[in-house]
Design a binder for this molecule. Sequence first.
Ligand SMILES: [Cu+2]
Length: 264
Amino acid sequence: MNNGKWIWLLAALLVLALTGCSKKTEETSEQPAETTTAAAPTPIDQATVGEVSGKITFAGTKPKPQKIMMDQDPVCVQKHSGPVFAEDNQVNSDGTLSNVFVYVKAGAENYTFATPADPVVLDQNGCMYQPHVLGIMVGQTLKIVSSDPTTHNIHPMPKDNMEWNMSQPPNAAPIEKKFARQEIMVPVKCNQHPWMRAYIGVTKSPFFSVTGSDGKFTIKGLPPDDYTIEAWTAVGGGAGQTQDQKVTIGAKETKTADFVFKAS
Ligand SMILES: [Cu+2]
C-alpha cells in the first residue's frame, strides 16, 4: 500500500471512531440511565394509610386460547408436559383475570418515593417469561435470569424508555437493567422465540399490584387522598386495554374498586 492510501485509511478510521463516540453521547444525553436523583422520600404517616383492593373479571365471550408452537426449539418443548397456551388471552375458569396490572395513575404525583434496593426478577423458564406481567419502580433494577439451556434474546419494546436487546446464552450472568421513565406497559419479546411475551409496568410510585389466579389485587400504604386507579389487561385487546376508577381514601380506610373488562 502506498503512502496516499494509508492516509485515506487512517482518515476513514478516525471518522468511524468519532461517529461512534458521538452516537454514544447521544444515547446517554437522550436518556440518562440512572435517574436516581436521590430526592428525600416524602414522609408518610403510616398510622393513617389506607388501601384499595378489588377483583377483575371478564364479561362476554371468552377469547379462544391460542396454542403456542415451540417446535422450532426442542429445548423449549422438553420443559412442558402438555400443550402451552399464550397467557395474553387467558380468562380464568371462574371469569376472573390474572396478570392485570393495577396502579395509582393519579394522586401520588406530589410524593417522592425511595427506590427499592431489591431487584425485580424476570425469569425465562420453558421459553416463557415468568412472571408474564410485573411492576417495577423507575430506577429499580430489573434482573433477568434464565432457567433454560437455550439462548434467549431479551428485547423490551418501550415507547418512552430506551429500547435494547441482549442475548443470554445458557448459564450466562443475569442481565441487569433499569427504566428511566414511567411507562404503562413495556412489552418484552424474545428475538429467538417469537411467542415469548412479558409486560412491565414502570411507575414512579410503589402503588401497584398484579392480579393472581383469583383475579384479586390490593394496593396498600396509600396516604389519605383522592386517587385514580387504572387497571391494564392484555386480554381482549391488541395492545392491551385499560380502565380507570376514582377512589377517595380516608384515614385507615379500605376501599373496593372492581373492574369488568370486555373484548374490545
Ligand atoms: Cu427466548
